[in-house]
Design a protein around this ligand. Structure first.
Ligand code: NOJ
Ligand code: CA
Length: 563
């Protein structure tokens, strides 16, 4: 594998609306990010992914872009953004933008022109199609946010346009070379402006079967999730992705991380590594175990054991191809410690142990804002406290199936994307130091105990433990092994994990125990003679006797084997 500038770095995701408000409107902004750069530097972050800050009507929180070239005034000005790039650079932090090009906003000038004139060249920037003769839309795919992916064009006879997400997010036609040229030129302008790359949104959806055949229904609404179509077409998408890489990323030695759901591990060689379409892709294999249906009551919990096994399979497949980007959570997910590990560990201990497990995997870990504080899901007392359109769709579906309102709320609250979107708790004041006015989304429920200020001054806090983990990853002595070393799984017991990171001359062992009792790991003969403890998530949680390592419940530990 060729060495790249981003290897060995730790990335962090900011959801700007909820990070830090500086102009008293209850909405996070770019000056807020600038203000908190030293905090990120202290944590050890070197790559910063910022969720969309472009001009947008915010139907889907900025993932509906009306102008790719400019910053939305709610976040600040174009000059603020340039200042952010420059100040981050001074601190050795690379900024990466969100690239949302499967779709734009229905307020984008391209779409407005396409609607205004059937003969406009912009018509072919999107997918406009005639419906079937019986008046049904061209196919039966269900949008990610519920309902058909086809929206009828007002004032036109039996004509629809395609939107895999909200109807205000029309899909861009990648088969039109002009669209691709526009996208590449836009990306290159941003790269020239000083950003270091992109997180590439919803990208597996750009490939389409132009005959729009639809799929077998997966539920009694007669529709099928569009994710299934994206998955079906995933081996055909290469022609677009390699062109995009060649025309943009490669030319600037830039970084790209694909939001590439549904890529089989057998395809990793095409997606990541020296010949990959992306520098890396998020490892969503554990998340893919969650039932896709909007009917949340059908979802079964994904246990830590399931998470671990899916991750191990993914990691093994990537050993010889490239780097994955392990994630615990992001702005589309509930908090990881409230979702993937036993409820008894939905606390500081669980946050440290799960964090250790994830941050020492092979690849480039992404930390989502607040994860470093061990944030768990907030409490939602009413559906009205939730803003996310996807959750409202879930809630409506529950009610349609006659679920009791309080049960519907409980289920939806567990799943909602707003779990991760409530404002970052900087201190324990009324609005958690995020803003001095009531924020756009409710203040974090557990700010009194879980906040940055408290954790900075407590040497045993989750924040300070994350700092130790990151320092270990970057420690000159171990960074070669923790960056490039193979991942080898040696897990056997439920709710525990044992894996090695291995290079020719170093072996590092990472143990995690999320059971309700201690975990005993047996070393191979001779290994105990050269065993040394590098890090433990709780003081004195490890004891060794002969070939046995005993790890207390709710803990993780990291060992060097050999000199
Ligand atoms: C994935 C993004 O992460 C999510 O927030 C958004 O709703 C969809 N893509 C559509 O852009
Ligand atoms: Ca603001």
């Amino acid at each position: 594998m060729h060495k790249k500038w981003w290897h060995g770095k730790i990335a962090y995701q900011i959801y700007p609306k909820s990070f830090k408000d500086t102009n008293h409107d209850g909405i996070g902004d770019i000056r807020g990010i600038i203000e908190k750069l030293p905090y990120l530097k202290l944590l050890g972050i070197e790559i910063l992914w910022i969720s969309p800050v472009y001009v947008s009507p915010f139907v889907d929180q900025g993932y509906d872009i009306a102008d790719y070239e400019h910053i939305d005034p709610i976040f600040g000005t174009d000059e603020d953004f340039d200042e952010l790039i420059a100040k981050a650079k001074e601190l050795g932090i690379h900024i990466i933008m969100d690239l949302v090009v499967n779709h734009c906003s229905s307020e984008h000038i391209w779409f407005k022109k396409a609607l205004a004139d059937k003969n406009s060249e912009y018509r072919d920037y999107f997918y406009f199609r005639k419906g079937n003769e019986d008046g049904t839309p061209p196919d039966n795919l269900r949008s990610y946010f519920g309902g058909s992916v086809w929206e009828k064009v007002k004032g036109e006879d039996n004509t629809y346009y395609l939107h895999y997400f909200a109807k205000e997010q029309p899909d861009l036609n990648w088969y039109n070379p002009k669209v691709r040229e526009e996208i590449y030129a836009m990306m290159n302008r941003w790269l020239l402006r000083g950003i270091s790359g992109f997180r590439v949104d919803a990208i597996m959806n750009i490939e389409k079967d132009l005959s729009f055949p639809g799929l077998e229904p997966d539920s009694d609404d007669g529709m099928c999730a569009s994710a299934k179509m994206a998955h079906k077409l995933s081996s055909k998408i290469g022609h677009f992705l390699s062109e995009m890489k060649e025309r943009t990323i490669d030319r600037y030695d830039a970084f790209s991380v694909g939001e590439a759901f549904g890529v089989d591990t057998s395809l990793y060689g095409q997606f990541i590594g020296d010949k990959g379409y992306f520098e890396t892709i998020f490892d969503f294999k554990p998340r893919e175990l969650v039932e896709k249906s909007v009917l949340v009551f059908k979802r079964r919990p994904v246990t830590f054991t399931m998470f671990r096994d899916a991750t191990a399979k993914s990691q093994h497949s990537a050993n010889n191809t490239g780097f994955l980007a392990p994630v615990m959570e992001n702005h589309d997910e509930p908090r990881g410690i409230s979702y993937y590990i036993p409820q008894m560990w939905e606390n500081e201990q669980g946050a440290k142990a799960f964090g250790t497990y994830l941050l020492l995997l092979r690849g480039i870990p992404f930390i989502y804002q607040g994860q470093e504080l061990g944030l768990k899901n907030p409490v939602f007392d009413s559906i009205d406290e939730i803003d996310d359109l996807a959750t409202h769709d879930m809630y409506r579906s529950c009610l349609k199936y006659d679920l009791d309102k309080s049960l519907a709320l409980k289920l939806c609250a567990h799943e909602t994307r707003d779990n991760a979107r409530v404002p970052m708790p900087w201190d324990d004041s009324e609005y958690a130091g995020f803003s001095d006015v009531s924020p756009w989304l409710k203040t974090y429920s557990f700010k009194d105990t879980l906040n940055v200020k408290a954790q900075l001054s407590d040497e045993n806090s989750t924040f300070n433990y994350y700092r130790k983990l990151i320092s270990l990853r970057k420690d000159e002595k171990y960074s070669q092994c923790l960056t490039y070393g193979d991942f080898i799984d040696d897990s056997t017991e439920d709710l525990t994990s044992a894996y090695f990171r291995v290079t020719e001359n170093m072996r590092i062992l990472v143990l995690t125990n999320l059971k309700d009792s201690s975990y005993c790991y047996r070393l191979k003969d001779g290994e105990s003679n050269t065993l040394s403890l590098l890090l433990e998530s709780k003081k004195n949680c490890v004891s060794t006797f002969g070939n046995e390592i005993t790890l207390e419940k709710g803990c993780s530990a990291v060992f060097l084997i050999g000199k």
